[in-house]
Design a protein around this ligand. Structure first.
Ligand code: ATP
Ligand code: MG
Length: 323
């Protein structure tokens, strides 16, 4: 089974990315063929600072490696090292109706938040379909915000197969229901580009400050605290098993709990949880050239799979005019 997912180097990676996607991908490398990429072409839809894009691309690669992604057990590359994906994207564009793209929630959300409504942002789901289909992916581990995009990729693949004959595997989104949408410190979806994220590799002071500014309601101390739509409860729960979650629920429901105390506790938990990964990450930062080598080798290995699907698609649409 092939499992694929990507992350945009549009900012620093955060708890939402980690629990909904990164951690699950790393777990998959033991049981599946794992395809994991840094989506820098996609990031161009929101980043227009070249220095920043370069830096965040390497940062994201170091984050994944530090968190346990093993380039020997997986396919790990930077999206722009395989420009084949654009050729496929064009082939897919021609079986993608405007109506399908007009229904994209992510496009509407992002433009509503002030991100410029470019053609790139509008066509994002087509490039994402190409990312998925180019490697014959069966499963795509994502957060709930990406569910619709994977469904669009399914529609496009189905349409292409129907029009040009069996070419692509029909992929499926793989969403963990408990952590489908992780809230940011303001209670909205945690996002790199919304300024509401708790970053995995923050400095200690910045992390404490972030955790202390998680939005809470004004329930008096001597009353039970709500757990529904309470970002503090939801973020804390990410670090707990079922029993731990039950205990936390009881603590919230017992009068006397102070949000400030819970926040301090949560800061300590996050800081400890990522401590071993922080050390590994520091090693990669000292050896940046090795990271670049890993990415180059990853792209070469992945290209072979890409060529296979791209050739099939080119042939099936009739671009091979010589035979
Ligand atoms: P951006 O704001 O630039 O879109 P992002 O934080 O949404 O960044 P992406 O790179 O778009 O991150 O998404 C990477 C992966 O993380 C995707 O699988 C996405 O579904 C998942 N993800 C992102 N934010 C959350 C969240 N708050 N809860 C659950 N999953 C999330
Ligand atoms: Mg996103």
């Amino acid at each position: 089974m092939r499992v694929l997912s990507g992350i945009q180097p549009s900012g620093n990676l955060h708890l939402g990315n980690y629990f909904a996607m990164i951690k699950r991908m790393i777990d998959y490398q033991e049981s599946s063929e794992l395809f994991c990429f840094i989506a820098n072409y996609h990031a161009l839809t929101s980043v227009n600072d070249p220095g920043l894009l370069r830096q965040k691309t390497l940062d994201a690669a170091m984050d994944f490696l530090a968190l346990g992604l093993d380039p020997k057990k997986s396919y790990f590359w930077v999206q722009s090292d395989l420009s084949e994906v654009h050729e496929l994207s064009w082939l897919l564009s021609n079986v993608t109706s405007m109506g399908l793209l007009e229904r994209s929630h992510a496009y509407k959300d992002k433009t509503a938040k002030g991100i410029v409504a470019t053609h790139g942002l509008f066509a994002y789901p087509v490039l994402m379909a190409a990312d998925i289909l180019l490697y014959g992916s069966n499963k795509v581990p994502v957060g709930k915000d990406q569910k619709q995009h994977v469904e669009i990729a399914r529609d496009i693949a189905t349409r292409f197969n129907y029009t040009f004959g069996e070419t692509f595997v029909i992929p499926e989104a793989d969403i963990e229901i408990d952590i489908a949408t992780i809230p940011g410190i303001d209670g909205q979806k945690m996002s790199k580009s919304y300024g509401n994220a708790i970053e995995i590799f923050s400095e200690e002071k910045a992390l404490r400050q972030r955790v202390m500014s998680i939005k809470t309601d004004s329930t008096p101390v001597d009353e039970p605290k709500p757990i529904k739509d309470n970002p503090l409860f939801e973020i804390y729960s990410l670090f707990l098993d079922e029993t731990g979650r039950e205990t936390l629920k009881e603590r919230f429901e017992t009068p006397g709990l102070r949000y400030g105390d819970i926040k301090k506790e949560l800061f300590g938990i996050i800081w400890e949880y990522f401590a071993p990964y922080r050390e590994k990450r520091a090693e990669y930062v000292r050896n940046e050239a090795d990271v670049v080598d890993i990415l180059r080798m990853g792209a070469n290995k992945t290209r072979e799979v890409a060529q296979e699907y791209l050739t099939k698609a080119r042939n099936n649409v009739g671009l091979n005019y010589t035979n």
